[in-house]
Write a protein that binds this ligand. Structure first.
Ligand SMILES: Cc1cc2nc3c(=O)[nH]c(=O)nc-3n(C[C@H](O)[C@H](O)[C@H](O)COP(=O)(O)O)c2cc1C
Length: 432
């Protein structure tokens, strides 16, 4: 079981995350975590904080000489502005802030949080509700991605809609395209849509407005059998929906072609099963489509897992138009302006990769669990090898499963990790 807890406020001294349940022997470095955190800052339309606030990462425990020890892994992400600006306002010592925020911003946790916790200062809420918290999640996700990479599972996200500009249907990057996606100012894989998305962000910025959008998250190399049909809280689609929906400002999650499939006839909404001896991760049964997002009955069917995540336009605008009330006087006013992004959809995609990785890693450990990475990979290899034997009809008649190990899956060597697993993308692809 993989668990993680984050703590820390947006302008506090640091964010911390503790990840418990990782097997021993997983290669991880500060540079791996920093590289993923840098990806979270990507995207045209982010505010100035993303430029000046480099993440200061420390591995506080659970890692020795570049490998996990099986003990909880603790990561700290320091706030580079702490000493300069926030030591008084965010001090944990008894005292009072110099200024109190009494005008809760619509579209944020401010008002409901003040009422729920009995605060008269919105900062007591917004500091924790802020999406800065996702940096701690991304640090945890780096570990989950490293574990999945050892098992041959790779995750990529790309922006398929920004404002009202949509990418072409059916253009889906592979993991090898990830650097190319990250190189796009809006993390879009469709070269035609990209400049239109950039223009939409510029237009919204000029008006002091904000944009929402949709990111698609794709996991490749997922074996059949993650999640379960046996109980509601073990369904993989349910677990993914909860994890993805928990991202700040996400308002809708669909698996595969969820919304669109709802309007089709049943004959055109499912993924027909066929014998495909190359589909090793699904025991020799293949699909030509991924309409269900690679999950049936709450269980991964082997191959892809696809989710789409919709983010609302950000609520803090660079133009004071949203009405609110000063809770100390009861007078109407307009929402104050914190530093804000025009859009954070490209970054949200990276956070969504993280959440998918954490869910898949947890389910992989539930299925193939072990105390060391070599034990986990051995368990996974044994399961995949046995799949072909269980359903002999799907096996090629003239090739048996070798006695030792699994047939060539086309996924990376899964033996005991000798070196660092790379979780960054391959060199940029060419055509898109
Ligand atoms: C990566 C990321 C960056 C965000 N940046 C901003 C921002 O600059 N301004 C803003 O108003 N909201 C931003 N948000 C969204 C708010 O955190 C979110 O809307 C708020 O906490 C209320 O939560 P809710 O929208 O889920 O109800 C961001 C969200 C994410 C995932």
């Amino acid at each position: 079981m993989l668990r993680f807890l984050t703590a820390g406020e947006s302008h506090g001294r640091a964010l911390v995350v503790v990840v418990e349940g990782l097997p021993a022997g997983l290669p991880i470095t500060v540079e791996d975590v920093s590289a993923e955190l840098a990806r979270r800052r990507l995207g045209f339309g982010r505010g100035p904080r993303m430029r000046f606030e480099a993440d200061q990462v420390s591995l506080l425990g659970g890692v020795r000489h570049g490998r996990t020890l099986g003990s909880p892994v603790a990561v700290e992400i320091g706030n580079s502005e702490w000493e300069r600006k926030w030591t008084q306002e965010m001090s944990p010592a008894p005292g009072a802030p110099a200024s109190v925020l009494t005008q809760p911003r619509p579209g944020h946790a401010d008002l409901a949080g003040m009422q729920k916790y009995g605060f008269d200062d919105a900062r007591d809420v917004l500091e924790r509700a802020s999406a800065r918290e996702t940096a701690a999640r991304v640090a945890a996700g780096t570990l989950a991605k490293a574990l999945l990479a050892t098992l041959g599972v790779r995750i990529v996200s790309h922006v398929i809609q920004l404002g009202d500009v949509r990418a072409s249907e059916g253009l889906r990057p592979t993991f090898e395209d990830l650097d190319q996606v990250d190189g796009s100012p809006v993390r879009c894989f469709d070269a035609d849509a990209e400049p239109r998305m950039v223009a939409a962000v510029k237009a919204a910025a000029k008006d002091g407005d904000s944009l929402g959008g949709v990111a698609e998250i794709v996991a490749y190399g997922v074996p059949v059998g993650l999640g379960s049909h046996v109980h509601w809280d073990r369904r993989l689609d349910g677990l993914l929906a909860q994890a993805l929906m928990s991202i700040q400002a996400v308002k809708a999650v669909e698996m595969g072609e969820g919304w669109e499939a709802a309007g089709r006839r049943g004959s055109e909404a499912h993924d027909a099963i066929k014998v495909d001896t190359s589909a090793v991760l699904s025991g020799g049964f293949g699909r030509d489509t991924a309409r269900a997002g690679g999950i049936e009955g709450g269980i991964s069917i082997g191959g892809l897992v696809v989710a789409r995540v919709a983010m609302k336009p950000l609520a803090t605008l660079n133009r004071p138009v949203l009405e609110t009330v000063d809770v100390s006087t009861g007078e109407s006013t307009v929402s104050f302006r914190e530093r804000t992004d025009v859009t954070a959809v490209p970054a949200m995609g990276v956070v969504a990769e993280t959440m998918m990785a954490l869910v898949l890693a947890n389910e992989a450990l539930r299925k193939f669990g072990g105390d060391s990475m070599s034990e986990v990979t051995r368990n996974r290899d044994g399961f995949v090898a046995a799949l072909g034997e269980t359903h002999s009809g799907a096996r090629p008649p003239d090739t048996g499963i070798p006695d030792a190990g699994i047939p060539d899956t086309g996924i990376p060597d899964t033996g005991p990790p000798e070196g660092r697993s790379s979780i960054s993308g391959a060199p940029p692809g060419t055509g898109r």
